[in-house]
Write a protein that binds this ligand. Structure first.
Ligand code: JFZ
Length: 455
């Protein structure tokens, strides 16, 4: 073990009530909203086929012209209740909103900059409105905060000389004050999701990331902090130089998920975040983004995969510049949420099913009571799946969630191998079977198929 002052603060995952609540959520709504939502990937009549929130950099927009967008951020169609309804429709249990993205614009009236929502025509405190609307519906709110800041004069990507060190020390002080401000103004926030911490300047100041985590936890008991905030004494990020997770959950999975058979990830808490279009977080109006929207069943597959490996899934929404949600995203949220309304027993509060080998046709998940669910997202061309039970278990019943008939026909192929005919139910999307099993009586033996259970 290397002696670290600013490494991980624990060896084992957190088990307090706030952590268990977060872990049980499994489905969250990410929201990227800011000035970039107004041009939405188009500048001077031309589509810029890159993530919409990167527009000022990619299109090299002069700073003054970017800042002038604040005058057009009128919130004509912004209704926090409607956003929260979208989260309810999705079946999300938490929401994470960009309080400040890389362009430095703040969604709250910060005392430490003029570049904020309070100086836009409406002057509304949208974070307060959102917290009220989401919490009224029982949905936790978390804050995304970009440490990287393209606008602040003291931001540095690298620290090359004394002047850089002095400026960047001022920057870290500014960001700390903003975070103290957010914690003081919105004390019911459940977590902070840090971003923009990958530059050498931040890695050289691991102490600051440690100090931010400590400060937030002191002020907001139970608060969650993602691993992306953190760097240790030696500049190692997410995982410290001793191999231990920093922060409360690992947040490195972005627009990619762990391999479905990689059970090793279940040893830690983690969260994956995902865009609805191929690659834009902010709303992008062009065909580059709009022709790549994911199908709701693809989203269900990802939710099931994350749950089966003990992780949360944070699905991103990019509301438009006028404050309205994009209808195509609301539609996808609704379809996913309808599936969760029927099949949520296999997702919420569930995790890795120990002993159940990854099946090619989908995933196994396990509730805290030990109930195991089989989620079928990749249907074999035969229309049948093979269900392999862990050694020592006997199948008592298979129940299709959302189905009127209480039992699903299956037949035994070998001792603990069963075949299930999926049949007509398939047309309704990914199927979920609740399995009921019991321990086999006597020593585990390889029996011949029992003719009584064959159809
Ligand atoms: C960052 C942002 O740049 C982006 O705009 C968005 O907010 C997203 C959630 O986070 O983008 C990243 C961050 C990390 C990786 C890739 C893109 N990564 O670790 O591979």
């Amino acid at each position: 073990m290397i002696e670290l002052k600013y490494g991980a603060s624990r060896v084992e995952p957190r088990q307090d009530a706030a952590m268990q609540r977060f872990r049980g959520h499994r489905v969250g709504q990410f929201i990227h909203w800011g000035l970039y939502s107004l041009p939405a990937g188009r500048w001077e009549g031309k589509d810029v086929d890159f993530a919409a929130e990167f527009l000022p950099r990619v299109a090299k927009i002069p700073q003054q012209r970017w800042e002038a967008l604040a005058n057009d951020f009128t919130l004509a169609d912004f209704d926090a209740g409607q956003w929260a309804d979208t989260a309810v429709a999705l079946g999300a249990r938490y929401m994470t909103i960009t309080t400040k993205h890389h362009d430095g614009f703040c969604l709250w009236p910060s005392a430490y900059t003029d570049f904020h929502m309070g100086n836009t025509p409406s002057g509304r405190d949208v974070l307060a409105e959102l917290i009220e609307a989401y919490e009224a519906r029982g949905i936790d709110v978390n804050f995304y905060y970009s440490v990287l800041d393209w606008r602040h004069p003291d931001w540095r990507f690298t620290l090359e000389n004394d002047a850089d060190h002095t400026a960047f020390a001022r920057y870290l002080d500014f960001a700390m004050k903003q975070l103290e401000e957010l914690a003081a103004r919105y004390p019911s926030v459940k977590g902070f999701w840090f971003d923009g911490t990958w530059d050498q300047s931040v890695k050289a100041n691991g102490w600051w990331t440690w100090e931010v985590e400590r400060m937030l936890k002191e002020r907001i008991p139970g608060v969650m902090v993602n691993s992306r905030l953190r760097a240790d004494d030696l500049g190692a990020r997410h995982i410290d130089s001793n191999g231990l997770l920093m922060g409360d959950y690992e947040s490195g999975y972005e627009r990619r998920l762990p391999e479905p058979w990689d059970h090793s990830v279940a040893a830690r808490d983690w969260e994956a975040c995902m865009t609805i279009p191929q690659a834009s977080w902010g709303y992008h109006q062009g065909p580059w983004a709009q022709s790549t929207l994911k199908h709701p069943w693809d989203v269900v597959d990802m939710i099931a995969r994350c749950t089966s490996l003990g992780g949360n899934f944070l699905l991103n929404f990019g509301p438009r510049g006028d404050g309205s949600m994009a209808p195509a995203e609301v539609e996808i949220a609704t379809r996913v949420g309808e599936w969760l309304a029927v099949n949520g027993d296999a997702i919420y509060g569930c995790g890795f099913a120990e002993g159940w080998d990854h099946p090619g046709w989908g995933y196994f998940t396990c509730s805290t009571n030990g109930d195991v669910f089989a989620i079928v997202t990749r249907v074999p061309v035969s229309g049948r799946i093979r269900l392999q039970l862990p050694a020592g278990l006997e199948l008592v019943e298979l129940r299709l969630l959302g189905s009127a008939s209480s039992e699903q026909p299956y037949k035994r192929l070998a001792d603990s191998l069963f075949e299930v005919e999926l049949g007509a139910a398939l047309s309704t999307g990914p199927l979920v079977f609740a399995t009921e099993t019991c321990a086999k009586a006597g020593p585990v033996s390889r029996k011949e198929p029992n003719p009584d259970v064959l159809d």
